[in-house]
Design a protein around this ligand. Structure first.
Ligand code: HEC
Length: 168
């Protein structure tokens, strides 16, 4: 009888200290998983690799098609969105077809880009622009903008990062 009481007290003490330990670790566990060191979610961090390095987050180069080369695809070695649109997406300078501002705030407003008026982008229209080279109003983008060959998950990661671009 006495033995049984002792066991249950010990058990209660042990589970109480376990709860305290989990309580202490919980904030760290929460922070460690969903955000990388620079405060990006895993999807945004993968999208950033595509944007800045032109590499697939799974490893290996990305590919793009060049309309000026008969639509053939090439590995994007050394080429990335950041190279033309800038590290913060604010666009480039010079020439007739200037790489425009592609921060999400700019893309989701109607604008005149390369002397063409276009409506606001939705995510689906943005995916089409990146992979097929048509702007939000259905006009062909300049041949200078590569047509990117991306998987569904790479495209989702890139869109997640474009929504953070310029606000990091
Ligand atoms: C070699 C330079 C170059 C690279 C690399 C490049 N772009 Fe572009 N991009 C351009 C140019 C130039 C335009 C403007 C084309 C036009 O207006 O006809 C453009 C246009 C766009 C537009 C349409 C903007 C608008 O307002 O209609 C989007 C979106 C875009 N680029 C996204 C990207 C993304 C995302 C990447 C990387 C995956 C990328 N670009 C890589 C040159 C580039």
């Amino acid at each position: 009888m006495i033995g049984r009481v002792r066991t249950s007290t010990r058990f209660r003490r042990r589970s109480a200290s376990g709860a305290v330990l989990i309580g202490l670790l919980f904030p760290f566990l929460l922070r460690a998983e969903p955000f990388s060191a620079d405060g990006l979610t895993p999807a945004e961090a993968r999208g950033k690799i595509i944007y800045t390095a032109g590499r697939s987050p799974a490893g290996g180069p990305l590919y793009y098609r060049l309309i000026s080369a008969g639509g053939n695809s090439f590995p994007a070695r050394g080429t990335s969105c950041a190279r033309c649109h800038g590290p913060h997406g604010k666009g480039g300078r010079g020439g007739d077809a200037v790489p425009p501002d592609i921060t999400y705030g700019a893309l989701t407003k109607a604008a005149t880009v390369s002397r063409r008026e276009r409506v606001a982008y939705t995510d689906a229209l943005l995916a089409r622009a990146i992979t097929e080279g048509l702007d939000s109003s259905g006009e062909q983008l300049s041949l200078l903008m590569p047509r990117w060959v991306l998987s569904g998950s790479e495209l989702a990661d890139l869109l997640a990062y474009l929504k953070r671009l310029g606000q990091e």
